[in-house]
Write a protein that binds this ligand. Structure first.
Ligand code: ZN
Length: 279
């Protein structure tokens, strides 16, 4: 079974492709989504231009055959639309957004999501408590992402199961499913990026809740680690996969579901495999 990590951050520093490729292999990870360095509004962002961040992203993406480059955009920046066009022109697989100083439903941001959806690209959002020293968690409550119901054709994922608001996150997912039955014309699709948000035993309960609540979730879950490409923590990745597999085994998830969580759902998220679930 292939394992993809949809949540790997690029930090500052030299691009060491062989080191990254080697560490992925040791972790038993076949590839996944790599996220560019942040835009200037982010606390560690601002040093590189759009073009430089894209160059750096594609250098890293060259480390392996199954690495999908995601460009991190601040949709409130004046030239965000231009950035999206440039990034699509370069061939990005999708976009990363962290709502660190604006609500997900911000008018400026909504315009950019629509542009991204039109380009057929997905968005990986952060959600849940937001680290990094800024006052930003209030922008990342899962219910704030309800606004995205109006973005036709967009595939988006909320990371970390929005920890510590995981119940709310699962409820918002249910809300999207319910919306389809009321409005069959809707074409937005929500995914759940289950990259750990907490590192405690609570994760087991959250995963159990996710799979037993009664919503059809198995086609919309993505697996990630939030580790860095610069020094991919293969030991940590291995440990988490093992620990989560123990939960999945206890929940008696079949091979088909596991294949979706670790690889198939990502292919659908990226548009490589066709189809939409939930309707
Ligand atoms: Zn992250």
């Amino acid at each position: 079974m292939k394992v993809f990590d949809v949540h790997m951050h690029i930090g500052e520093g030299p691009v060491n492709k062989n080191d990254f490729a080697g560490k992925l292999k040791t972790a038993g990870v076949d590839g996944g989504a790599i996220l560019s360095q942040p835009p200037s509004s982010f606390i560690h962002g601002g040093k590189l231009s759009t073009a430089e961040r894209l160059d750096n992203l594609f250098l890293w993406a060259d480390s392996g055959p199954a690495l999908y480059p995601f460009f991190w955009v601040d949709p409130t920046e004046e030239d965000a639309g231009e950035q999206v066009k440039t990034a699509c022109g370069r061939g990005v697989s999708g976009f990363k957004i962290i709502c660190n100083h604006f609500y997900p439903g911000d008018d400026r941001a909504m315009k950019i999501y629509k542009l991204i959806a039109k380009a057929g690209k997905p968005v990986l959002f952060h959600s849940g408590i937001c680290w990094g020293g800024q006052v930003s968690s209030k922008y990342n409550r899962p219910s704030e992402f309800e606004a995205l119901i109006e973005v036709d054709g967009l595939k988006f994922a909320l990371a970390h199961l929005s920890w510590p608001w995981s119940e709310e996150c699962i409820a918002v997912y249910g809300k999207f499913l319910d919306a389809y039955s009321n409005r069959p014309d809707l074409s937005v699709e929500m995914f759940l990026d289950i990259t750990p948000g907490d590192f405690s035993e609570a994760r087991r309960d959250i995963l159990e809740r996710l799979f037993t609540i009664g919503y059809e979730v198995s086609n919309n879950i993505l697996y990630g680690t939030d580790r860095s490409v610069n020094n991919y923590d293969f030991e940590c990745a291995k440990r988490w996969i093992k620990r989560d597999n123990e939960v999945f085994t206890r929940l008696k998830l079949g091979n088909e579901v596991l294949e979706g969580i670790y690889s198939g759902n990502l292919m659908r998220f990226l548009g490589i495999l066709p189809g939409q679930s939930g309707h």
